[in-house]
Design a protein around this ligand. Structure first.
Ligand SMILES: [Fe+2]
Length: 175
């Protein structure tokens, strides 16, 4: 995509606004993950969430650094999407009657969050490239890779958690 100088200023504004929303998103995820760790029954799931909490704290720090470099301060915007995803996750956890069903819903909710993050960072990385900010693009790419790996790990864990839930439900149906 070729950008003219007036477009570049608009893109820069959009980039900074979106970076501020990404910071809010990461901070909200940092607050939501401890409950997800606590509600996990499968030990691999709890460990995956615990490791991702550490990574997410790293994402907060990285995005704050990018914002300070771009604007001189690291104030947040408001990410409405993450608030809705977290509220939905909380509702689903409350509704889950069985521990394996709760694990399934935790994985489903976490993957929705990861997919949102993957979209956010893929976009931000591309915009940083268009703005000629290669250092920022590399940082955003490194966050993107961690989000993708977190999502892949959840898919792997879900294979066995889903089987457990399926076995339990077929026993319940037979009883
Ligand atoms: Fe993240």
């Amino acid at each position: 995509m070729k950008l003219f100088s007036e477009n570049i200023e608009d893109l820069r504004t959009l980039y900074v606004t979106s970076l501020k929303k990404a910071l809010d998103m990461e901070q909200k995820i940092t607050k939501a993950l401890p409950t997800m760790i606590e509600k996990s029954t499968d030990p691999r799931l709890a460990t995956a969430f615990r490791n991702h909490l550490t990574e997410t704290q790293g994402h907060v720090a990285k995005v704050q650094t990018l914002l300070r470099e771009a604007t001189g301060d690291a104030s947040t915007g408001t990410c409405k999407a993450i608030s809705a995803l977290i509220t939905e996750a909380e509702d689903n956890i409350k509704d889950a009657g069985d521990t394996s069903i709760r694990d399934i819903t935790l994985i489903a909710s976490a993957q929705q969050v990861e997919h949102h993050e993957i979209a956010v960072y893929g976009t931000l990385r591309t915009w940083a490239e268009l703005l000629g900010q290669d250092g920022a693009a590399n940082t955003l790419e490194s966050i993107l890779e961690e989000e993708k790996k977190a999502d892949e790990l959840l898919t792997t864990i879900s294979d066995s958690v889903n089987t457990t839930a399926e076995t339990r439900s077929s026993f319940a149906t037979r009883a």
